[in-house]
Ligand binder design. Structure first.
Ligand code: IPM
Ligand code: MG
Length: 326
């Protein structure tokens, strides 16, 4: 996060930053995932830049639900944007050169699906135990995410579901997909089951422009697409509500406790999330400048070791910031 803020400042972002401690220490001390006073401020913020959530000392679903999922749900950030663009050819795991020009966007539904936490456990702890996790899909939720995908696409939207096996939710997705697609005749449409979509993403990711899908499938596919462009260290995301204009921006990666504090973590995912944030705030040119600076640093090999470089986290932040100042 400090590297992302360093880069924003170097890019000339005219923003007031307010920093909040939302983390495992705070949670263990107070039992509150997000303190009330912090929550009140977050609700007022124009945008939220978020590090990552997860602490090996806190093995407690309430923490995750009370931090990231609460922000997504209660601020109604129903669009999760997960772009995957290959900035440097050498970062692609794909052997065929013609399949490396990756520039796609996953539009993940972010407020429904299997993430809502509905369900329960019956006869818990016995051999007769039953566990139910409910997959919530609403007319409004499905319609608005598909509609957003069409707004985001120039060429084609691919809708991904598992309507052959998950027939109830799948039928609703199919119906809303057809209805919304009908309103956008100039954009091509294609449907893929999620298993086939995973296969196609590995086989030839260049075929995709915009993929729209539910919460869980979007989570899974976006780790896959991150790996196609250099790994988890590089992938950014934005959680937005296009109507209220609220937004939370975060790297796709988690807290990586195994390498925390060693100054070797890749800050590019956080930096690119910050660029998505300024784009969301209307600073398109600044966002483009940050992306170009990242691209140039990556191509010059000025990166952390996960991408084959030797720089520290801070040095990568400096390398990107320097390009913005020059
Ligand atoms: C992500 C993460 C989260 C998710 C976890 C931390 C709940 O994997 O943002 O992709 O599943 O949405
Ligand atoms: Mg994930």
């Amino acid at each position: 996060m400090p590297e992302a803020i360093k880069v924003l400042k170097a890019a000339g972002a005219d923003l007031d930053f307010q920093e909040y401690d939302v983390n495992g220490d705070q949670y263990m001390r107070t039992g509150q995932p997000i303190p009330d006073a912090v929550w009140a401020d977050l609700q007022k913020a124009d945008a939220i830049l978020f590090g990552a959530v997860g602490d090996p000392r806190v093995n407690d679903a309430a923490y995750l639900a009370g931090v990231l999922l609460r922000l997504r749900f209660e601020l109604d950030l129903y669009v999760n944007l997960r772009p995957a663009r290959l900035y440097d050819d050498r970062l692609s795991p794909l052997r065929r050169e013609d399949r490396r020009k990756i520039d796609l966007l996953i539009v993940r539904e972010n407020t429904e699906g299997l993430y809502v936490g509905m369900g329960g456990r019956f006869k818990k702890g016995t051999e007769e135990e039953v566990a139910i996790q409910e997959d919530l899909n609403t007319y409004l939720g499905v319609t608005r995410i598909i509609e957003y995908a069409f707004q985001a696409a120039k060429r084609e939207v691919v809708m991904v579901d598992k309507s052959n096996a998950m027939t109830h939710a799948g039928a609703l997705w199919q119906e809303r997909w057809k209805a919304v697609a009908g309103k956008h005749p100039h954009v091509k449409t294609r449907h893929l089951y999620v298993d086939a979509a995973s296969m196609q993403l590995v086989r030839d990711p260049t075929q995709f422009e915009v993929i729209v899908t539910g919460n869980l499938f979007g989570d899974i596919l976006s780790d896959l697409t991150a790996e196609l462009i250099g790994g988890m260290g590089i992938a950014p995301s934005g959680n937005v509500n296009p109507e209220t204009r609220r937004g939370l921006f975060e790297p796709v990666h988690g807290t990586a406790p195994d390498i925390a504090g060693k100054a070797i973590v890749n800050p590019v995912g956080a930096i690119l999330s910050a660029s998505m944030m300024v784009r969301h705030l209307g600073q398109t040119e600044m966002a483009g400048a940050i992306e170009s600076a990242v691209e140039s640093a990556l191509r010059a090999g000025e990166c952390t070791r996960d991408l084959g470089g030797s720089l520290s986290t801070h040095e990568v932040g400096d390398a990107v910031a320097k390009r913005l100042r020059d």
